[in-house]
Design a protein around this ligand. Structure first.
Ligand SMILES: [Cu+2]
Length: 126
């Protein structure tokens, strides 16, 4: 291997580490839902080719309201399921659909479409 090859490989490795760091470590930190005057921890979630944001952080013991806005017609995303909270909700296209529940215990809870192709995570902290 010549020096220029080694340098190209090192740059490649650096880029890969950066991408892994960016998409894993930064993304898994999640977005914290903000406490609205209603007393709910609220967060808007865009449904389009997935959930944005797909990691949402909330505090335990305060009610949560996630406002799903589905901006696509693919049948894949027509429902959102929160198995840990026994919730499944239809998401008509273009409408804002609130999903409300009370996070009692800290932990990580998945939510997904009915086929499990779109996935998101709710992180409940103390
Ligand atoms: Cu799906």
């Amino acid at each position: 291997m010549t020096w220029d090859r080694i340098i190209v490989n090192l740059i490649g490795l650096g880029l890969i580490s950066f991408i892994v760091w960016f998409f894993w470590l930064v993304k898994t930190k999640g977005l914290r839902a903000s406490l609205a005057s209603s007393g709910y921890q609220e967060q808007m979630v865009l449904v389009k080719g997935g959930y944005t944001p797909d990691v949402i952080v909330v505090e335990r013991g305060k009610p949560v309201r996630l406002n799903f806005v589905r901006q696509e017609s693919a049948s894949c995303s027509e429902m959102v399921l929160f198995p840990a909270f026994n919730k499944s909700t239809k998401l008509p296209e273009g409408e804002t659909v609130p999903v409300e529940f009370m996070p009692k215990d800290p932990g990580e809870y998945e939510f997904s479409c009915q086929m499990g192709m779109f996935r998101g995570k709710l992180i409940v902290v103390e």
